[in-house]
Ligand binder design. Structure first.
Ligand SMILES: [Zn+2]
Length: 706
């Protein structure tokens, strides 16, 4: 080290010492002042404590204790693998206050317009001033035109007002209503590099900050995760039901206002940040379910649809998608608006025949003899119709006027014959309902997202018609998740578990609370009934007459029941004959069920086959990612034929991502990166052109034209 450097070091140390002493002296002086104020000042004893609700009466009062609330940071929401689903983000407005630019004689900072600290333009040079306005407008337009709807003209007008007319102008603001219209910290650092904005001499630009809730994956499970608005405190979904966990506790800081001097006083309470919740949702499965449902809804122009995936053993909800149709005919799109899965929006239709089947099997040890009319002739008697007509004589195979087994009735999904089975087994509606109640099918279910109300079956009804239509799922509504729950019990060998949405609560130190699987019924019906019901459900797919026979040879073996139901129109109080709700509830793989899934498509012209397609698509993709030993690879020829273009599926992994992500849409790239544990920053617009690794956790995607 040279001597000169040592000398410099020495003088630096001396300077630091002086600064230190000055600071210490100031600190001691301040302490003295506080001690003086609190111990000796008479005036302090008469201080008005506003924080305790006292009101300043005396206008001469010169000592007031006030309190500042300190806002805690809201907790975050994660998926089952710790990937972030909901987080906080600071967003900004862009304000240029032209009053600080205005020429002021004698003020050296305002004698000209400073573009940078060194470059300035005379206020007389109108041509150059106009150029500055134009070029700033162009920069803003180019940077924000993919997010904000404003024209180049708009920005020119704004900058003219601020720079030439010296007005206080908000150039852009972050919109709560539109998550795309946000000015982020990346944007403000870009803006700070522009002329005028980067000058440190004048502080005409400001960026008022606002805290917003963000969902990096947009629509994925939006209705279930819910919403939270920092400004109105309005909330829904998990944000509402777990608000007590996420919100945290505000802190406060008291200060004394003494002769216009603010003195902090002891007893600052730090805010406690909210805790995080880890959901049961799995981002990969959620993505599969969202895409599969979306494709089918678009294909059918359905009014809405829902699909839910439950893990059979634990009841954990791995994916939940609710999509509502928006837009005009010919130009429909779907968005998450309403949690259909948890509400009573529709009749179950034939999926409810499993409930009837269970009730039947519980009382029927021998169910294999063909003793039931497949037609409606027998049931007519219950409504005062003619007795048995000629039914027994015409025993041809092609006709329904013949005897069949309960299995055939279930596979073909005959309504009248299902009612026949039940009417023969249960003398009245009450005894039938008692059996359903025993199995927990009529109970309400208390979940972490609120209570699922029980099915709307008119349980007091004494008329035969209500009894009749209930047996095949008509005339009442049931929440799809309730259907899912009792189907899952059959997949789970009779044990009914509660749908679980949140697995644990965590804070910065780790897990605070764990939510375990809750058992609603150890055994909803006899093991013998369960065993037979599983075979019935499988035969819906494998039997040559089964309603899901299209998938008899499907590589993922599944079991379940279809439902097609006319839509009830509350306005005309009739069923719309050509409009259906199509559904399927089932589980896979059949031998050792991992997942139970319900799919519901509302208001389409086609039948339940559409819902089975969605189910099969979901089942196959989940099996693909789960990599089951026996089903590692499906031959291409066995893939589900799809009328629509296949979702582009790229195998992205730790080794190849830096090349595989090139050329993708940013949203797909961000999704893939998140699976690999990276967060992404995006620059520019278009598709991914270049990838820069910022650090071990963060990656920058540079976008460019297609
Ligand atoms: Zn008949």
């Amino acid at each position: 080290m040279s001597e000169r450097k040592i000398g410099q070091n020495g003088s630096m140390k001396r300077r630091l010492l002086v600064i230190y002493l000055l600071t210490a002296a100031f600190g001691i002086a301040c302490m003295g002042r506080i001690v003086h104020l609190s111990q000796f000042s008479k005036e302090f004893k008469n201080c008005v404590d506003e924080s305790a609700g006292e009101v300043v009466v005396d206008s001469n009062c010169n000592c007031i204790i006030r309190e500042n609330k300190l806002t805690p940071l809201r907790g975050e929401i994660f998926d089952d693998m710790g990937r972030i689903l909901v987080s906080n983000n600071s967003v900004f407005d862009v304000v240029l206050d032209g009053r600080y630019l205005k020429y002021k004689p004698g003020n050296i900072k305002r004698d000209s317009l400073y573009l940078t600290d060194n470059e300035k333009i005379s206020w007389e040079d109108h041509a150059r001033l106009r150029e500055v306005v134009k070029s700033l407008a162009r920069e803003f337009y180019d940077h924000f035109s993919d997010r904000y709807p404003f024209s180049l003209d708009y920005y020119e007008r704004k900058f003219r007002e601020a720079i030439l007319n010296h007005k206080n102008v908000t150039i852009l603001s972050s919109k709560r209503s539109n998550p795309r219209q946000r000015v982020t910290s990346d944007d403000t650092s870009f803006i700070k590099s522009l002329p005028i904005f980067n000058s440190r001499k004048i502080k005409a630009a400001s960026f008022p900050v606002d805290l917003q809730r963000i969902m990096p994956y947009g629509e994925l499970a939006k209705r279930t995760l819910g919403t939270f608005d920092y400004s109105t405190n309005k909330k829904s979904g998990l944000e509402a039901s777990f608000d007590y966990v996420l919100a945290g506790d505000p802190g406060s800081r008291k200060y004394l206002l003494y002769r216009k001097i603010r003195v902090p006083i002891e007893g600052k309470i730090d805010p406690t940040d909210g805790q995080n919740i880890q959901t049961t949702i799995n981002l990969d499965i959620q993505y599969i379910v969202y895409q599969a449902l979306m494709d089918k809804l678009l294909e059918n122009n359905a009014q809405w649809g829902t699909a839910v995936v439950m893990e059979t053993k634990t009841g954990e909800i791995k994916a939940i998608t609710n999509l509502t149709r928006k837009g005009k005919e010919g130009n429909y799109y779907y968005t998450e608006q309403f949690n259909y899965a948890l509400r009573h929006e529709c009749e179950p239709g034939s999926t409810f025949k499993l409930a009837s089947l269970l009730a039947y099997l519980e009382k029927t040890p021998n169910d294999t003899t063909p003793t039931y009319l497949l037609c409606g002739c027998e049931i007519i008697n219950h409504f005062g119709g003619k007795k048995f007509q000629k039914c027994y004589d015409s025993d041809s195979q092609g006709s329904t006027h013949r005897l069949g087994t309960a299995a055939e009735i279930f596979q073909r999904s005959y309504n009248e014959a299902t009612a026949t089975l039940i009417f023969r087994t249960y003398p009245n509606f009450k005894s039938y309902l008692n059996e359903l109640r025993k199995m927990g099918i009529l109970d309400s279910i208390k979940t972490q997202l609120g209570t699922i109300p029980p099915p709307t079956i008119r349980q007091k009804a004494t008329d035969r018609r209500t009894y009749y239509s209930t047996t095949f799922g008509a005339g009442f509504n049931i929440a799809p998740i309730q259907t899912l729950t009792y189907y899952n019990a059959i997949a789970n060998n009779g044990k009914m578990v509660k749908p679980l949405f949140v697995k644990s609560i965590t804070d910065k130190d780790g897990i605070v609370k764990i939510y375990d699987t809750e058992v609603l019924h150890e055994q909803i019906c006899s093991p013998y009934t369960v065993e037979r019901a599983q075979k019935y459900l499988r035969s819906v797919v494998t039997s040559p007459v089964g309603t899901a026979r299209k998938y008899a040879k499907f590589p993922v073996e599944f079991a379940g029941k279809t439902g097609t139901r006319d839509i009830w129109d509350p306005e005309t109080k009739t069923y719309l004959k050509s409009r259906n709700s199509a559904s399927f509830c089932g589980y896979f793989p059949y031998d050792n069920p991992r997942y139970t899934v319900i799919v519901y498509l509302y208001n389409i012209t086609r039948m339940s086959g559409e819902a089975v397609d969605v189910f099969a698509n979901i089942a196959q993709q989940i099996m693909n990612i789960e990599n089951f030993a026996s089903l590692k690879e499906f031959p291409v020829s066995q893939r589900i034929p799809s009328e629509k273009k296949e979702i582009k599926k790229i195998e992205v992994n730790k080794e190849n991502w830096q090349t595989q992500l090139l050329g993708l849409d940013p949203s797909t790239a961000i999704f893939e990166l998140s699976r690999l544990g990276y967060s992404a920053k995006v620059e520019g617009k278009g598709i991914v052109k270049r990838i820069e690794k910022i650090n071990g956790k963060k990656v920058k995607l540079v976008l460019g034209a297609r």
